[in-house]
Design a protein around this ligand. Structure first.
Ligand code: FES
Ligand code: FES
Length: 169
């Protein structure tokens, strides 16, 4: 009986996406993760890699406006989508109020978790403008800070929410 050849898996795929407002087309390894694509192919190293299995939140990004784990998302899944990284959100001024509040309250030490924290915090501020302190903590529960600067981080986010509610324009 003739031996059957194993099905050959596609090794590379071509993707076309928008990253921080710029159209990008690349042929990539089909199994490359989005965070590695952004860091290694595009040089966008602002988003970090920690646990690499969806626990720490260091790799938090936005895809079509929703926050995702860059280490659990394949770059191929971002085909045709709009990806925003900490660089794009920062340059656009989208997270300026949070950045200022983090700076003012010294809500970081090594800064490794900060890009992911800021993106998660922005998601909260946008979607739950009346979030309580407990809800802030809950929302950030998927973002680990190894330096344990949580108190100042929560203070900073709370201050942005308060400023927003007293001046909702
Ligand atoms: S590196 Fe993605 S969640 Fe930790
Ligand atoms: S500031 Fe160091 S990990 Fe959060």
């Amino acid at each position: 009986m003739a031996k059957r050849k194993p099905a050959r898996l596609e090794q590379t795929v071509e993707i076309a996406l928008t990253v921080n407002g710029i159209k990008v087309t690349r042929r990539i390894d089909a199994r490359q993760h989005l965070i590695d694509f952004l860091r290694e192919e595009l040089g966008l190293t602002g988003s970090h890699v920690g646990c690499e299995h969806g626990v720490c939140g260091a790799c938090t990004l936005r895809v079509d406006g929703k926050i995702v784990r860059g280490c659990l998302t394949l770059a191929a899944q971002a085909d045709g989508r709009s990806v925003e990284t900490i660089e794009g959100l920062s340059d656009a001024g989208t997270i300026a109020a949070l950045q200022e509040a983090f700076h003012k309250r010294n809500a970081l030490q090594c800064g490794y978790c900060t890009p992911g924290m800021l993106i998660a915090a922005h998601d909260l501020v946008t979607r739950h403008p009346r979030a309580t302190r407990d809800e802030i903590r809950e929302h950030l529960s998927g973002n680990y800070c190894r330096c344990t600067g949580y108190h100042a981080i929560v203070d900073a986010i709370e201050s942005v929410l308060k400023a927003k509610s007293s001046n909702p324009v």
